[in-house]
Design a protein around this ligand. Structure first.
Ligand code: SF4
Ligand code: FES
Length: 542
């Protein structure tokens, strides 16, 4: 009979008893033991040479970890904005009624746990939920009943493991991509690989692809032969409400992404790539593993890639545990080191950018310099947008930068909108009077996300949902963010905000203080929606 200690120790050994793998180890323990007990934390701490308190601080920080015993099936319903706008509350009520439990509880037979979660990357198909790692979208009264029934039946088949997949219910939204489908993975790198890293960086910077500032500076350094990184990191965390294109790109363009990572590794001397995969995207893990195995078999990854003497490059997948990182690279490095997602100094060892950036590197390598191949290959000087909310054609769109919001809304079927959230939750709220403004790179630096707000929406309800998101995701390090944002939410819920001008002014001052004194984008952006709603309220009153 194997003891708990032996089981847990064998998990830590599988992860080389490496402290930076702490989050992965805890996820495995949770999967196998259905909880992370205090004795498990002590065993892990002693195996990794850490204090139990350090392990505890990570366990209690991430939504997908936690000490409590989990049911055989954990149902996680998305509560963030796009699903909120599609009546996630109605689905929540039905789930509670069907299971006879509230959120945060487990059924007495130990079969189901019910939890809230952040965005699942299916915002154009909401409301959405996960059962263990399986994603279900377009939920309705009928489908919720069916899903629960299916898992009850599955549980009755005793021999099946709780992680068996009874099949996904995913209907894709509207997809309008013009450039990526025209590029063939591994074609570009085969033509480039005989060139020197400096020449490749020159060629890439002369292409017409739109790159992020991170990628531009990598190319600038590589052109001078000065790019030196150890790790090429693909950040697939776009967990802000309304951001979902990464799920689609990972499912359909993983080859192009890996090729882009490999090229970045080659020009910067890195030998290791890391794909950071959000906990909510765990269903994509098997697909990515298969693509990586295939690449290794073809010698596109591994030892002396493409037969190039001395060039070794391989990629591993690191799973997140449910917390929001967005574009906070310092916080991502903390996660990769097995710590909490608190902002940190960005290490010079890691080059971090987005999936879309890596795909563009791969496409650029095939297309060549601006002057070549212009006719045969479509330009990809555009952005891939995730569009959800009150429009008739939510989905993924590749659109040129500079497009006005009015034109964008016409394309997605949202002409009557009252406003849009542009650039995700840490972006900006744009009211209808500013719809002629062009969408530029700076406005989507925080993510090319558009949530359309229709004329019948109550902006106070939207603001409450967003503030709840920020409260949930705050790491708690800075007092203004930790204590101040809940005060704004309290204000929105209170009648006093309409009756007392002084109370309203106090909250506006508090908002400015939170923005000025918070350490990262979460705290700096959280008050924006509150201020926008108050501005609108005051202009309506006057
Ligand atoms: S602003 Fe909020 S999320 Fe960012 S470091 Fe401070 S407390 Fe943490
Ligand atoms: S899946 Fe619910 S907001 Fe994205």
């Amino acid at each position: 009979m194997i003891t708990t200690e032996e089981r847990i120790s064998s998990i830590t050994r599988r992860f080389n008893a490496d402290r930076s793998n702490l989050i992965q180890i805890l996820q495995e323990v949770k999967k196998e033991e259905s909880q992370i007990s205090s004795s498990a934390m002590q065993i892990i701490a002693s195996n990794l040479g850490m204090e139990p308190a350090e392990v505890y601080s990570v366990v209690t920080f991430y939504p997908f970890l936690g000490e409590q015993k989990q049911g055989r099936y954990t149902i996680r319903l998305c509560r963030t904005l796009s699903c909120h706008m599609k009546d996630k509350d109605g689905i929540a009520e039905q789930l509670s009624n069907e299971l006879g439990i509230s959120f945060g509880q487990t059924t007495s037979d130990g079969l189901f746990s019910l939890e809230w979660t952040g965005c699942l990357g299916a915002c154009d198909q909401g409301p959405a939920l996960l059962v263990n790692d399986n994603l279900y979208t377009h939920l309705s009264v009928g489908s919720v009943k069916q899903i629960i029934h299916k898992y009850r039946e599955l549980a009755a088949e005793k021999e099946k493991s709780p992680h068996d997949q009874p099949g996904k219910v995913i209907t894709p939204g509207y997809i309008n991509l013009q450039s990526f489908p025209n590029y063939e993975p591994w074609k570009g790198i085969k033509s480039l690989i005989r060139k020197s890293p400096v020449e490749i960086a020159h060629d890439l910077s002369l292409s017409d692809g739109i790159f992020t500032s991170e990628l531009k500076s990598l190319l600038d350094e590589a052109k001078k032969g000065k790019a030196e990184f150890k790790y090429i990191v693909c950040n697939s965390d776009e967990s802000g409400p309304g951001s979902f294109k990464d799920r689609f790109l990972l499912s359909n363009y993983a080859d192009l992404m890996i090729e882009g990572m490999l090229i970045c590794g080659y020009i910067s001397g890195a030998s290791k790539g890391i794909i950071y995969l959000r906990g909510q995207y765990a269903d994509l893990q098997n697909h990515l593993h298969r693509v990586l195995v295939d690449c290794r078999q073809k010698n596109y990854l591994g030892h002396e890639v493409f037969g190039l003497a001395g060039f070794n490059f391989d990629i591993e997948i690191r799973m997140g545990a449910g917390g929001y990182i967005g574009k906070n690279d310092g916080a991502l490095i903390n996660v990769l080191n097995g710590q909490r997602t608190e902002p940190a100094v960005i290490s010079r060892a890691h080059f971090i950018t987005t999936i879309e950036d890596f795909i563009r590197v791969s496409c650029s390598s095939e297309k060549g310099k601006k002057t070549q191949n212009q006719i045969s290959k479509p330009s990809f000087s555009s952005k891939v947008f995730s569009v959800s909310g009150d429009c008739t054609r939510p989905g993924i769109y590749e659109l040129p930068l500079g497009i006005s919001i009015t034109s964008l809304l016409e394309i997605v079927g949202g002409k009557n909108a009252n406003g849009v959230l542009l650039g995700g939750v840490t972006g900006k709220y744009i009211a209808a009077e500013d719809f002629e403004l062009p969408v530029m790179q700076e406005s989507v630096n925080t993510g090319a996300t558009v949530v359309v707000i229709g004329p019948d929406r109550n902006m106070i309800e939207i603001a409450k949902n967003l503030l709840e998101f920020f409260i949930e995701e705050s790491c708690g390090q800075c007092t203004p963010c930790r204590e101040g944002v809940p005060k704004l939410l309290e204000g929105l819920k209170s009648r006093q905000i309409s009756t007392s001008r002084y109370y309203l002014l106090d909250l506006c001052e508090l908002s400015e203080c939170i923005k000025l004194t918070s350490k990262c984008n979460i705290g700096r952006s959280a008050p924006d929606i509150f201020l926008s709603v108050m501005k609108k309220k005051r202009s309506t009153q006057s």
